[in-house]
Design a protein around this ligand. Structure first.
Ligand code: FPP
Length: 244
């Protein structure tokens, strides 16, 4: 696909986009299809979003693929989504590798299907030296779960004497998160019309610019991403300070 990214000063390109791939189920239901058909459409859309990020020079993209709360969906849908995540990784890992994408996984291990973990780890291993951009697949990810998991590991280090409670800083806690290298989220993007964050990257998004769009994810295009980045570039970010 020929992409025409907007001409934006690199200073105003987000370094990390958090993407909630939402609206697949509704897209399918509106067409009288099974919800899973919407998820299937999402696969190509995610790949287009990766291409659009590369075209704009966005170095980090986190995609919300399955949340710690998504286990509440029907057993059929959960089973589909587990198999789907596994197969998307198996199908796309070589192409992502050829594009120079480094794939990482952020999420909780318990409960996640072993075959999904295997594919996530295979993709991580294959792409670990790539530098064009990083795609974080957030699978069995929850923001609160991430903070609980980090706190547990941090408490172990305090207990064993490796860490003094008084020495704990924001940076220390950040280093216990699933991906300690993950930069703060600059642009938090949710298509689908819903205006909420749904437990996605709360620690990393405290100063993110929120952009909500009305498109359902299967209809989402690179142009929608370009529009979101243009809107982001126009925002006035102050980080608690005052405008210079
Ligand atoms: C959060 O909304 C949305 C997600 C966790 C995205 C789920 C994404 C998929 C199922 C598709 C995966 C697609 C690919 C290509 C791997 P929510 O519905 O969990 O939260 P809410 O109930 O607050 O809306």
């Amino acid at each position: 696909m020929k992409l025409n990214p907007p001409n934006i000063d690199p200073e105003f390109i987000p370094k990390h986009i958090a993407l909630v791939m939402d609206g697949n189920g509704r897209w399918a239901q509106e067409r009288g299809l099974k919800r899973t058909e919407g998820h299937k459409r999402g696969e190509a859309v995610l790949l287009d979003v990766v291409d659009a990020c590369i075209a704009m020079g966005v170095p980090y993209l986190s995609a919300y693929a399955f949340s710690t709360e998504n286990w509440r969906r029907s057993a059929d849908e959960v089973r589909f989504l587990m198999g789907f995540n596994r197969d998307v990784l198996a199908r796309q890992r070589q192409e992502l590798h050829e594009k120079g994408v480094r794939v990482k996984w952020a999420g909780r291990r318990p409960r996640l299907w072993r075959s999904v973990i295997r594919e996530l780890e295979a993709a991580e291993e294959l792409t670990k030296d790539n530098t064009t951009m990083t795609l974080v697949m957030c699978v069995n990810y929850g923001g609160r779960a991430e903070l609980v998991d980090a706190t547990r590991r941090l408490a172990e280090d305090v207990k064993s004497g490796k860490l003094a409670p008084g020495a704990i800083t924001e940076k220390t806690l950040g280093s216990y998160l699933y991906d300690p290298e993950m930069p703060d989220v600059d642009l938090f993007l949710r298509p689908s019309g819903e205006k909420r964050t749904s437990n996605f990257l709360p620690w990393q998004s405290v100063y993110a610019e929120m952009v909500y769009q009305d498109k359902l994810f299967p209809d989402f295009t690179p142009q929608d991403l370009f529009d979101a980045v243009e809107e982001y570039a126009r925002r006035d970010r102050r980080f608690g300070g005052v405008k210079k």
